[in-house]
Structure formats: structure tokens, C-alpha cells
Design a protein around this ligand. Structure first.
Ligand code: A3P
Length: 322
């Protein structure tokens, strides 16, 4: 129901009336608030979380675009941060019995959704949260904190993100949408008019943030985690101030975490094959192929050229390359 407007206060309705608006590829209204597109209920939740969320210095916030590698990042960070607790008895690891999205809740899509104002002090520290908002929107909440918390962003190439999103929609609706809808959705990505879009604004917000504040914002790439998983997980642990010790490395702790968090392992667990997440989604729809370059099976060369040109133009001069 995040696309709807049944949880929107009168104040937010007035705000929405003043915002640039457009429609998503399904015809649902999207509103542009401070450079980012939202559905009404999502905007309400973002405003609520900006107003009420006050991170503790020990909190970790994971950020991503939908289909950018969120599930993998959630499981990796959870496994890295809590590795001491489960190193003795790996059979009791929470990732074996719970979906990563239930271990690392979304701020605006779960905790602050439906006009809820949760009491987050009940969560043990360190707590890991996640968000799909761009960095400027997240900063409106985090600047209230007395000490900065760590933010980890995962970015994935736009073509694979788009194709993953297409499959996700089909799985969500349990039906394969037609070619015309595929093209409409592609057009929406190219125009940037989609929830949390435009893609390039999102990616650039975290890219620039990571350059300006290396200590607290880490920018990771899905493709790099696939290509050099050990290096990237060690980089993640160092950033989170819990680097792997020489002893841990020797006894294969990095490999263990990678194995635990692998797509193959997670997607074959009973909880992820059959269960539903706390927000009511089939757990299995978060796991598919997990490959780099699957877009080649879905986009025509012309489509790829179009979107590549857009991205090149939008990212030019930023130093961020794919
Ligand atoms: P594909 O649809 O290309 O397979 P998100 O987690 O942001 O929703 O993104 C989902 C994408 O990440 C899907 O990509 C999914 O298969 C992939 N994914 C999920 N869990 C993964 C894991 N443990 N390792 C690698 N990729 C994973």
C-alpha cells in the first residue's frame, strides 16, 4: 500500500499539492520532494522518519536503491557485525532462520510506515537499519544525532537494477507483464520517474557523500562484491571498525561469512523458500540470479545504448564510473 495515499496527513496533502507530479509506468501518482520521487504514503513515512528518527552513534544505516543489492548488503553487514556472537555455534545464526529484511528493518518502508512512530530505544545496540532514500533525505534525520552513525551504500549498474526490478514486479504480481509494460518501465527508468528515482541522483548523492565524509559513508558496488568478495567484505569490516584479525582470517572467518550470505545458501533456506517477511512479502522474491550482466538477456542493443548515454551524461565529471 505504499503507492496509495491513505496514510497521508492533511499537512502532507497540502505539501503534495504544491509538488511537481508525474505518473509511474502503472499510472500511480508520484511526487517530487527535494529532488526525489515518492508515492504519497512513502513520502509521509519519509517525513515521519526524518522528524522522529534519531540514530545512536552505534547505529549502522544501509542504503540502496530497490534491486541494488539490498538483501545481500543486509546479510553481509549483519554477519560481519555480529560474528562474535555466533562463531561458536553457527547452527543458531539468525540468518539461517530469518530473512535478512527481518533482521535489518527498513526505516520508511517498515518502522515508520502506516503513520507509526516506533520506540527504537528498545533495539539492542549496535542496530542496523536500512533505507532507500537518497543521502540528502537521510541526512535530514541523521544530523539530529549527537555523534554520526555509519552509512553503507550499495550501488548496482542501472541496466541490471532495471532488469532485476522487472523480474521483481513479475514475481510480486505472480504474473509476467507484457512487452509494452516492459518498455513503459524502461522509459520511466530513463526519465528517472520512479519511486526513489532518478537513479543517477540517488547514486551521486551517496558517491559525493562518501568522498566528502570517508569516515562515515562507504560506497560499495554490487559488481565489485561479486568480483572480489573477500576484499570487499574486509573493506566493509574495516569501515565498520570491526576489522578481521589475522587469526580470524587464518581460520576462514571471511569465507564463512561469504558462504553464509551467498545467494545459493540463503535462497535454499526453508525460511526464504516458503516464508513471508514481516511486511508481508514472499521471502523468495528477493532472491533470483544475482549475476552481473543479466540485462543482456532482456534489453535490445538500442535500449542499452540509450541508457548508457544517459548515465554517462549524468555522471560526467563525478569520478564515478561503471
Ligand atoms: P537479480 O534479480 O539480478 O537476480 P535487492 O536485494 O536490492 O532487492 O536486490 C535483489 C537482487 O539482488 C536480485 O538480483 C537478487 O537475486 C540479488 N541478491 C539477493 N540476495 C543476494 C545474495 N545473497 N548475493 C548476491 N545477490 C543477491
Amino acid at each position: 500500500n505504499y503507492m496509495k495515499d491513505d496514510n497521508v496527513s492533511q499537512e502532507t496533502k497540502n505539501l503534495i499539492a504544491s509538488l511537481p507530479s508525474d505518473k509511474d509506468f502503472m499510472g500511480y501518482g508520484l511526487y517530487n520532494y527535494k529532488g526525489c520521487w515518492y508515492y504519497p504514503n512513502t513520502l509521509q513515512a519519509v517525513l515521519d522518519f526524518q522528524k522522529h528518527f534519531k540514530p545512536r552513534g552505534t547505529d549502522i544505516i544501509l542504503a540502496s536503491l530497490p534491486k541494488g543489492g539490498t538483501t545481500w548488503l543486509k546479510s553481509l553487514v549483519f554477519a560481519v557485525v555480529h560474528r562474535d556472537k555466533y562463531s561458536e555455534n553457527t547452527q543458531t545464526h539468525p540468518l539461517l532462520s530469518q530473512n535478512p529484511h527481518d533482521l535489518v528493518p527498513f526505516l520508511e518502508l517498515e518502522l515508520y510506515a502506516n503513520s507509526q512512530i516506533p520506540d527504537l530505544t528498545k533495539f539492542p545496540s549496535p542496530m542496523i537499519f536500512s533505507t532507500h532514500t537518497h543521502l540528502q533525505a537521510l541526512r535530514e534525520a541523521t544530523t539530529k544525532a549527537s555523534s554520526p552513525c555509519k552509512i553503507v551504500y550499495v550501488c548496482r549498474g542501472i541496466k541490471d537494477t532495471f532488469v532485476s526490478g522487472w523480474h521483481y514486479r513479475n514475481m510480486l504480481h505472480r504474473t509476467k507483464m507484457d512487452q509494452a509494460t516492459f518498455e513503459l518501465m524502461f522509459d520511466a527508468y530513463c526519465r528517472g520517474v520512479l519511486l526513489y528515482g532518478p537513479y543517477w541522483e540517488h547514486v551521486l548523492s551517496y558517491w559525493k557523500g562518501s568522498l566528502e565524509d570517508k569516515e562515515n559513508v562507504l560506497f560499495m558496488k554490487y559488481e565489485e562484491i561479486i568480483e572480489e568478495p573477500r576484499i570487499q567484505v574486509k573493506r566493509l569490516a574495516e569501515f565498520l571498525k570491526c576489522p578481521f584479525t589475522a587469526e580470524e582470517e587464518e581460520c576462514g572467518s571471511v569465507e564463512e561469512i561469504l558462504k553464509l550470505c551467498s545467494l545459493r545458501n540463503l535462497s535454499n533456506l526453508e525460511v526464504n523458500k516458503k516464508g513471508t517477511t514481516r511486511i508481508g512479502l514472499d521471502s523468495q522474491i528477493f532472491f533470483r540470479k544475482g549475476e552481473v550482466g543479466d540485462w543482456k538477456n532482456h534489453l535490445t542493443p538500442q535500449m542499452a545504448k540509450t541508457v548508457d548515454e544517459i548515465i554517462e551524461c549524468r555522471l560526467r565529471g563525478s569520478g564515478l564510473i561503471f
